[in-house]
Design a binder for this molecule. Structure first.
Ligand code: PLP
Length: 391
């Protein structure tokens, strides 16, 4: 059997990882400034995470949600403590798309309404409602198309107010990434998030903060929306939650009441998933990784701003993006091939940095040196080719 060929892949076989580093099967060491797609929060193969999972494996890995699973309550308590949102309720699932799917479904159950407001360049996942709320026609199948999702321009306060004025009584939810990831590291303004909060409260709609990529400590606060001083009704999470173990979840505000059978999953909240998530939170807490994300993120951002060739450096904490001019469009490829550094991208010309929250200053310096080397190399070869052409 062949694999279903949906991913454009690099010809690299990663066989070992530690902290912010990974190694291929030939022994080449790579710096991971991409965090395995924003998933690695506490660093690859953190010893505490390994130990916790290993210990749990010898007890029980899984039993269904039809029995008491005390470790789910332990996880909920720790999440409440680390996020500061103790009064919220927790529903566990397995991925970011599933978290958003459940969030939008729950908003519709809660309000009895159908319309969901999403924004230009949003990415919320690939399952039915999540992909319908994703602003990329190429990944929406005909069966996913629905009039229930409305796209408004990101950060456009007037358009949002106007929509609510005319249709507010039909809106079940507004879903937004406080920092768009796949869309190219675009930061929602604090005021835009506050207006969403106010309109949702005024019209009885549910404010869903998709924190799958920007949340879980990545920006230096637990949720990126926390920077605006607003509270969402539902927060969705996944990527950093298990440090590579597939876990997703949603925080649900106390005024949204549960009913048996309303939501459900076979695998969500399994013993092994909970222990992986608990281990992540314990490390975030003990090693003060949110503070590290804030400090190292500021340092990285400031240093990038000093580099002449990069444009529009933006983001928060360790979620950083910048544009590269056309002459440097090969920078990511060369960084990977010659300097052995993984970075992320957003089309057409954004470089996305999403390293582990545990990254150290000397690792950031190493990245910056390598980036400068690649930029210099591209510029020198462009100069040489110009000279040849002029001869
Ligand atoms: C903001 C956001 N929401 C949802 C998702 C979907 O998550 P998953 O791939 O785990 O389904 C992603 C994935 O990149 C994301 O960035």
């Amino acid at each position: 059997m062949k694999l279903f060929d949906v991913y454009p892949i690099n010809n690299i076989n990663i066989v070992k990882a530690e902290g912010s580093w990974v190694w291929d099967n030939k022994g080449t060491k790579y710096l991971d400034m991409y965090g395995g797609h924003a998933v690695i929060s506490i660093g690859h193969i953190h010893p505490h995470w390994v130990k916790r999972i290993e210990e749990q494996l010898h007890k029980i890995a899984f039993y269904s949600n039809s029995v008491e699973i005390p470790i789910q309550k332990e996880l909920a308590a720790k999440l409440g403590e680390v996020s500061g949102k103790k009064e919220y309720q927790l529903f566990l699932c397995n991925s970011g798309a599933e978290a958003n799917e459940n969030a939008m479904k729950l908003a519709s159950f809660h309000t009895g309404r159908k319309k969901i407001v999403a924004f230009s360049k949003a990415f919320h996942g690939r399952t039915s409602l999540a992909v319908a709320a994703t602003d990329n026609k190429n990944i929406v199948a005909p069966v996913n198309e629905t009039d229930n999702i409305v796209f408004l321009p990101f950060n456009d306060e007037q358009a949002l107010k106007e929509y609510f004025k005319n249709h507010g009584d039909k809106v079940a939810a507004v879903i937004i990434e406080a920092i768009q990831g796949v869309g190219g590291i675009t930061v929602a303004t604090d005021n835009f998030l506050r207006i969403i909060r106010n309109l949702c409260t005024e019209y009885g709609a549910v404010f869903i903060a998709d924190e799958v990529q920007c949340g879980y400590g990545r920006t230096g606060k637990f949720f990126a929306a926390d920077w605006a001083g607003v509270e969402a009704d539902i927060y969705t999470m996944a990527k950093g939650m298990g440090n590579g173990f597939p876990v997703g979840g949603i925080f649900i505000a106390p005024h949204i009441k549960p009913k048996h059978g309303m939501l459900g999953t076979t695998f969500g909240g399994a013993h092994l998933a909970c222990v992986a998530s608990l281990a992540v939170l314990e490390v975030i807490d003990k090693e003060e990784l949110m503070q590290n994300a804030d400090e190292q993120g500021k340092y990285l951002m400031n240093m990038l701003k000093e580099m002449e060739s990069l444009q529009n450096i933006r983001g928060k904490g360790l979620m950083i993006g910048f544009d590269v001019p056309d002459e440097l469009k090969e920078v990511r490829k060369i960084l990977l091939k010659e300097q052995h550094v993984f970075t992320g991208e957003a089309k057409p010309s954004v470089v996305r940095l999403l390293p582990a929250l545990s990254i150290k200053k000397n690792e950031i310096d190493e990245f910056l040196n390598k980036l400068q080397l690649v930029i210099d190399e591209i510029k020198t070869s462009a100069l040489i080719s110009d000279l040849h052409n002029a001869e």
